[in-house]
Design a protein around this ligand. Structure first.
Ligand code: MG
Length: 343
């Protein structure tokens, strides 16, 4: 098995601002795993929030020696080896996991959704993310989001209410909010969420810092709409402590090491009676398509990372009026576009 990779930059359509950061360019590492004449594609979208950068991903991938394996079907063995190289590095590990799954699907000639026994028509509608911005720009972004029936609005800043009021002036669409740990106390979070409930908000993602689990449990007792964990959940081992604190979890391939771990988390969360969202970082169609293959199993999708960029190097799944549309191509069902900016 031969592994190669290259660093590229993805450019955002609009400056992307959330409660803790703001950016125009996202680093991305595209992985190719070649064996027996078949190439599997993978992707890493590192997040500083989880201790990764393009540099840490490239350093990790340098340590991965897949030449020691000669059968990509032995996913358990290969991914156990990759996982044991170093702790963390979850998006770098995800890149290899995704590439292996793409290879397996292509080799067998089946799309991943079929390989897993899923129904492709059961994909959910993805939300479209509205980042923090001036009220004028937020209004413009809501208009640009016309084809998407569900909005996920970034909050966790002093003018949260102005933002939601502005959006409600323009649309009565379903709104979910994501505070990205932005509210600084449980009282501030409670006050804001009770107001958001009056605005018909569907649920709240990550109201408080991931360190404040006791305060989040208290909050859960005092609000009436679901609380969904994002920064509080990375991998399967996080789930037991979230029971009774959150109503749902946001699984992202880049946080959890890839499709294999995401599948384990989905099954475990279902057994805990928790709602499941599949989310993403700013990613190309490689990683977004990978997550979409799992989406018939989940309650909510927030898989719009490839829609927020202007230079997606791949084409993959489609989105029609917000609904994620899987195709019948084998593996991930992605193909390189002809123009790719290499750095
Ligand atoms: Mg989030």
């Amino acid at each position: 098995m031969r592994l190669s990779y290259r660093y590229i930059e993805l450019h955002l359509r609009h400056t992307f601002t959330i409660a803790r950061s703001s950016r125009d360019i996202e680093p991305c590492i595209i992985v190719e795993l070649e064996h027996d004449g078949v190439i599997g594609y993978g992707e890493s979208a590192p997040s500083e929030r989880y201790g990764e950068s393009a540099q840490t991903v490239l350093e990790f991938l340098k340590k991965v020696d897949l030449a020691r394996f000669n059968d990509p079907f032995r996913l358990e063995e290969i991914l156990l080896y990759v996982n044991c190289i170093a702790p963390g590095n979850t998006s770098a590990k995800a890149a290899i996991d995704i590439a292996l799954h793409d290879w397996v699907g292509k080799k067998l000639g089946v799309p991943l959704w079929k390989f897993w026994g899923l129904a492709k028509e059961k994909t959910p509608v993805t939300s479209f993310t509205i980042g923090i911005d001036s009220l004028e720009m937020i209004e413009q972004k809501v208009k640009e989001a016309a084809p998407y029936p569900i909005l996920k609005v970034k909050v966790g800043v002093p003018n949260d209410r102005e933002i939601i009021r502005k959006i409600r002036q323009v649309t009565d669409k379903t709104i979910r909010v994501d505070a990205n740990e932005g509210w600084k106390s449980r009282d501030q979070a409670l006050d804001t969420i009770l107001w958001l409930e009056e605005q018909g908000i569907e649920f709240v993602e990550q109201p408080l810092s991931a360190d404040c689990l006791d305060d989040t449990a208290w909050l859960r007792e005092h609000v009436h709409i679901p609380l969904v964990a994002d920064e509080n959940v990375t991998q399967l081992f996080d789930l037991p402590r979230l029971s009774g604190v959150f109503d749902g979890i946001n699984i992202k391939l880049m946080k959890c090491t890839g499709l294999r771990e995401a599948m384990r988390m989905i099954h475990t969360a279902q057994s805990m009676n928790m709602k499941i969202m599949l989310g993403c970082m700013i990613e190309s169609s490689v990683a977004i398509s990978a997550a979409t293959h799992l989406s018939p199993l989940v309650d909510y999708a927030d898989l719009d990372g490839n829609i927020l960029i202007t230079d997606d190097p791949f084409e993959g799944i489609d989105v029609v009026n917000g609904k994620l549309m899987l195709n019948d191509r084998p593996g991930l069902g992605v193909a390189k576009r002809s123009t790719v900016t290499e750095c």
